[in-house]
Ligand binder design. Structure first.
Ligand code: HEC
Ligand code: HEC
Length: 230
């Protein structure tokens, strides 16, 4: 091997840069939600903190624009873990990360309890039963390797209720989100983020990364449109 002065200088530099990159890649903030217990907060205290959220998520948790998510009627535990993920850096977003950093753990629990209690978005146009979105949501597409969404998000998209007769806490499920009535452009962005690996900071994100892996953009659009009308 011809070892010029140039390679002798550049080689160690390249190595140092790669090693630094590997250290960063090995330790991104990660939130393991597998043992996440259902959270409880003070909804009244949460309401008193919610004024700053209204600019984008609406005074009643129904977003002012379809690129923002509705928070009303969402699972409290899901809302809480998302705020925690923004604050800790496991979920990356330039708007929500600085906002979440101003909240204490108590604030996040209380805000989550507040928004979870508000009525979800009323849908004006009903979802189409035989559409591509409906088929994917209920049955998946075995040939493409897409699992049915209803298994984890509930048959009506209102979140999982594995045992409707039980009132016992069901930790593993409480962090799964409601999709019914969620804004289609927001849902599309999130499906892309799971597929492209830009939303992979929690164990639940890894689950969705696997789900979204084989979705085409057309199928993502069909699904986003379908769940937004549930
Ligand atoms: C300036 C606009 C803005 C404000 C103000 C704002 N948010 Fe957000 N919020 C967003 C955006 C944009 C997203 C979507 C981020 C993404 O794409 O990852 C989001 C996402 C969220 C999510 C995740 C929802 C989901 O379905 O995953 C939660 C929870 C949330 N915000 C809570 C709050 C709370 C609580 C406040 C007030 C303390 C607040 N936000 C204030 C813009 C805002
Ligand atoms: C094996 C369980 C499972 C299946 C199947 C599943 N999901 Fe999910 N999904 C989850 C979990 C868990 C989360 C929460 C991710 C997190 O905490 O960030 C989630 C999150 C989402 C979100 C983000 C919601 C938000 O408010 O940001 C969307 C959108 C979504 N799923 C759509 C779908 C669609 C569409 C399908 C079917 C093609 C599907 N999911 C199938 C478990 C599942």
């Amino acid at each position: 091997m011809i070892f010029t002065t140039r390679t002798a200088i550049l080689f160690p530099l390249a190595w140092a840069a790669m090693a630094a990159g590997m250290v960063l890649a090995a330790n991104p903030p990660f939130d393991d939600l597998r043992k996440q217990a259902p959270i409880h907060g003070d909804a009244v205290a949460g309401a008193s903190k919610a004024a700053t959220c209204a600019a984008c998520h609406g005074a009643k948790g129904i977003a002012v624009a379809p690129n923002f998510p509705n928070l009303a009627g969402q699972s409290a535990t899901y809302l809480y873990v998302q705020l925690r993920a923004f604050r800790g850096g496991a979920r990356v977003n330039p708007v929500m990360q600085p906002l979440a950093k101003t909240l204490t753990d108590h604030d996040m629990r209380n805000l989550a309890a507040h928004f979870a209690l508000l009525p979800g978005k009323a849908v004006s146009r009903a979802a189409q039963a035989s559409s591509r979105g409906s088929i994917l949501f209920h049955d998946g597409d075995a040939a493409l390797g897409v699992p049915p969404c209803q298994g984890c998000h509930g048959i009506d998209g209102r979140g999982p209720r594995p045992d409707r007769t039980s009132t016992a806490p069901q930790p593993a499920w409480s962090s799964f989100p409601v999709l019914a009535g969620q804004n289609a452009p927001y849902v599309l962005t999130q499906l892309k983020a799971f597929r492209d690996g830009t939303r992979i900071g929690t164990s639940n994100d890894k689950v969705m990364q696997g789900v979204a892996h084989d979705l085409t953009i057309a199928d993502m659009r069909a699904l986003a449109g379908y769940v937004s009308r549930l």
